[in-house]
Write a protein that binds this ligand. Structure first.
Ligand code: TRP
Length: 468
């Protein structure tokens, strides 16, 4: 059976691979997918939610979620993308047509595109913090700074909507420039240099963290589970973060999978990407918590955690101004490659669906996202008391920024992932799925049963617990 000819026959769309171009190699796909996965989620979000949720037990649940839910769904998403050969919405539509499924399955793609858009709106604001910290570090302000001084720099930034807007605009512009040019030319080359660089700098900070005398404390905080500290909402956060950090549940991996050549193993690449992503998150934890404990800071300090700990470390280590500047530059790159992957699905879809050219669709999507980002900026200062859905217990006290984060990571992403698991596990032709993966018989069984049973049940149970 030829996939591309059936794609052409079943819709008005062109055959897949010929006109779209493919990743140049397995490594290129791994790098791009890793570039999407490794981002603020690993370095900014993982440490702060780990701190807020009490450490070890949360980390353990998170690791289980990566293995039992994240990896199987990543494989399923890449598979949909490669088999469909189009943007996520249309890939799902074509697969539904080919396997005679209900066309409504494309809703999984639509949720994804929507979630990506919402995430990028606040992601860009945080990306802007990183941009701002390059200047802070480079100016030498951090050298020898006290914890109080470092905190004042951070609260000063959050309290200043104009500065936040400036850096949010810069970040969004960076993302739009690359997306407008197309994924292949710039992205592949950029990630292959930047990701290893980030990894090395993280190791340097971990090395410094070892000298603080509180490394052991941090290791036990991260790896000794104390289940009395784990709440059901903590489990939801861990599950949601597994989706967020692996870029799942919203069609990014489908979009990237659509450029993956047929002869490359989906399982191996998905596992490699997941391991690298988890490795970076754990390293970030090992870099940050020793500094937290050494300075008597609060692990549960929230979204500002890394912006209040890492500057301290850089302020104290030899050549800290240099390393600090480099670190925030690389953090921008990590966020940038993720931001690109967040804008890509909507742009790809606007192009295909509305027939807009790439530049126009990038501008339309990017500007809309930038505008929404302004609401997140204001909710950090002028609108810090505005809690739009505060009347519902589950959203109590959540500002617009918190709400977007909660809604996307904890609801839309798991929901999108659940739909993917169900369509691939229960509805797509098993033969087609098996061919696409070409695993050993036992490997396929393990994956298939996990995707059919473990993944959906885990997501549903966590959902029901939290909604009830
Ligand atoms: N995974 C990225 C991070 O950890 C964020 C991200 C990029 C993302 N693309 C995504 C999250 C798609 C969810 C879905 O920073």
């Amino acid at each position: 059976m030829s996939y591309s000819s059936s794609a052409t026959a079943s819709g008005t769309l062109e055959g897949a691979s010929a006109s779209r171009g493919l990743w140049s190699s397995r490594l290129a796909f791994i790098l791009a997918a890793t570039g999407s996965a490794v981002g603020l989620g690993n370095i900014w979000k993982f440490p702060y939610i780990t701190g807020e949720n009490g450490g070890g037990a949360f980390v353990l649940v998170y690791l289980v979620c990566i293995a039992a839910v994240g990896i199987p769904i990543m494989m399923a998403e890449v598979l949909i993308g490669r088999r469909g050969g189009h943007s996520p919405v249309n890939s799902l539509r074509l697969i539904a047509e080919r396997d005679k499924l209900n066309p409504a399955w494309k809703i999984a793609g639509i949720i994804g595109v929507l979630a990506a858009f919402l995430i990028l709106s606040f992601y860009s604001v945080i990306g802007g913090w990183a941009v701002s910290y390059v200047g802070t570090a480079a100016s030498g302000q951090l050298a020898g700074a006290t914890p109080e001084a470092v905190e004042a720099i951070f609260t000063g930034l959050l309290g200043d909507p104009g500065t936040l807007l400036l850096w949010h605009t810069v970040f969004m512009a960076l993302v739009m420039v690359v997306v407008a040019r197309g994924v292949r030319s710039g992205l592949e080359r950029a990630v292959s240099i930047l990701m290893p660089g980030l990894f090395i700098l993280l190791l340097i900070v971990v090395g410094y963290a070892m000298t603080t005398g509180h490394f052991g404390e941090a290791v036990s905080f991260l790896f000794q589970p104390d289940f009395s500290k784990l709440t059901t909402s903590g489990v939801l956060v861990a599950l949601g973060h597994a989706f967020f950090t692996l870029s799942l549940g919203m069609a990014v991996m489908m979009a990237y999978g659509s450029y993956l050549p047929k002869n490359i193993s989906i399982a191996k690449t998905s596992i490699t990407v997941s391991i690298m992503d988890t490795g970076v998150a754990l390293l970030a934890g090992l870099a940050i918590f020793p500094i937290v404990f050494a300075n008597g800071m609060e692990p549960g300090a929230g979204p500002g955690l890394i912006f209040q700990t890492l500057p301290l470390a850089f302020g104290q280590m030899p050549m800290g101004t240099l390393f600090g500047t480099l670190f925030f530059v690389l953090l921008i790159f990590a966020a940038w490659t993720s931001g690109i992957s967040l804008l890509e699905p909507l742009v790809e879809w606007l192009e295909e669906q509305k027939g807009m050219n790439r530049t126009i669709s990038t501008l339309a999507a990017g500007i809309a996202c930038w505008l929404l980002g302004i609401a997140s900026i204001l909710s950090l200062n002028l609108w810090s008391d505005v809690t739009p859905l505060g009347m519902f217990a589950m959203f109590e006290g959540k500002t617009i920024f918190d709400l977007l984060d909660f809604l996307t990571a904890n609801i839309l992403l798991p929901l999108g992932g659940l739909l993917v698991a169900i369509v691939v596990g229960w509805f797509m032709s098993k033969q087609a799925v098996e061919n696409e993966l070409s695993l050993s018989e036992s490997g396929f069984k393990l994956w298939y049963n996990t995707l059919r049973f473990v993944t959906p049940i885990a997501v549903l149970v966590v959902f029901i617990y939290n909604l009830a």
